[in-house]
Design a protein around this ligand. Structure first.
Ligand code: AKB
Length: 315
């Protein structure tokens, strides 16, 4: 039976991954940690510990206390926050990662951490971005993600740690907000559609970015972690995408369900520059071939579900 330690458990991915992992592996076998405690179901439904991931000793102590055999390291700053606070991002994103990898090495744990489409940069091919390609990002977040991918590969080759990762696109969900990301507009738009029937986009018309609905992202994490290691040619990290769209297309998908919905633009130059440096659409074929990645939600199916769930949540 797995004993899974999850950092950043109250974040956008953690809030849902903890609950799903507790369903699959048992409530007591998923140890949620975060720098703060809230009244989230994550805190109420199983073991929870306060943890600052830059504190290596504290992380090792919690992992030993619960005999963790798997580490899922999610705690990180997203792209726009990292651009505003680059030194903090380096210290938190890289310091937290190396601490988590050290725990995995010492306790012989399986290891997962997300990378991102942010690991690509302006010199990367923009369309059907290959699995193995140029990675020269121009953002601090991207520098962290490429360094993280290399570090995870290093721990696999040097120490035999079973490291695995995914290059996530923008993740869309109705449970916990993302916060500080460039793709956040594609989450905000649904909240504002339900609250106000209109949205002002900080990302400009014509900007394509990859996206994925959270249920597909959670399945991708579980399926990759359960995948037969003999079939993995790559490890850190796999391209995975479910859809790619520009702001007009998500607005049009909402309009199909809510004909009165309107959108205009007030472009944020910082987040627009980050978005412009990322691919339009990445190629997920290595993930499909090596461990059977598949996504169930396209833009229309996700939009119908988001609006339904947010109507229940907000009204
Ligand atoms: C962000 O926008 O920073 C994240 C990501 C794509 O990694 N959602």
């Amino acid at each position: 039976m797995k004993k899974i330690l999850i950092t950043g458990a109250l974040g956008q991915i953690g809030s849902e991954l903890v609950m799903k992992a507790r369903d699959i592996y048992g409530e007591d076998n998923v140890i949620a940690t975060d720098i703060r405690k809230t009244d989230s179901p994550v805190v109420q439904s199983g073991p929870f510990e306060i943890l600052d991931v830059t504190d290596a000793q504290a992380m090792a102590g919690i992992a030993k206390k619960y005999n963790a055999d798997t580490v899922v390291h999610l705690a990180a700053l997203l792209s726009a926050t990292a651009e505003a606070k680059p030194l903090l991002a380096w210290n938190l994103n890289m310091g937290g990662l190396v601490n988590a990898l050290e725990v995995a090495r010492e306790l012989n744990c399986q290891f997962f951490t997300p990378s991102s489409i942010g690991a690509f940069g302006p010199s990367t091919p923009k369309d059907q971005t290959p699995q193995d390609t140029i990675q020269r990002p121009t953002t601090m977040y991207g520098v962290n993600k490429v360094s993280g991918e290399l570090l995870c590969d290093y721990y696999y080759h040097k120490f035999g740690v079973d490291t695995r990762g995914l290059r996530f696109p923008g993740l869309i969900s109705y449970v916990a907000p993302p916060g500080g990301g460039t793709t956040d507009y594609a989450v905000e738009i649904y909240y504002e559609a339900v609250r106000k029937g209109r949205y002002t986009s900080f990302i400009d018309a014509g900007t394509y970015m990859d996206m994925m609905y959270m249920p597909d992202a959670l399945n991708a994490i579980i399926n990759l972690m359960e995948a037969d290691p003999a079939k993995l040619v790559h490890r850190n990290s796999f391209n995975v995408s479910a859809m790619s769209f520009e702001p007009e297309q998500i607005a049009a998908a909402i309009k199909k369900q809510m004909p009165s919905f309107t959108m205009d633009y007030d472009v944020d130059p910082v987040r627009q520059a980050i978005a412009d440096s990322w691919p339009n659409v990445i190629d997920s074929s290595a993930a499909i071939a090596e461990w059977g990645f598949k996504a169930d939600y396209d833009l229309d199916k996700m939009t119908a579900d988001m609006l339904l769930k947010l109507n229940d949540k907000l009204n």
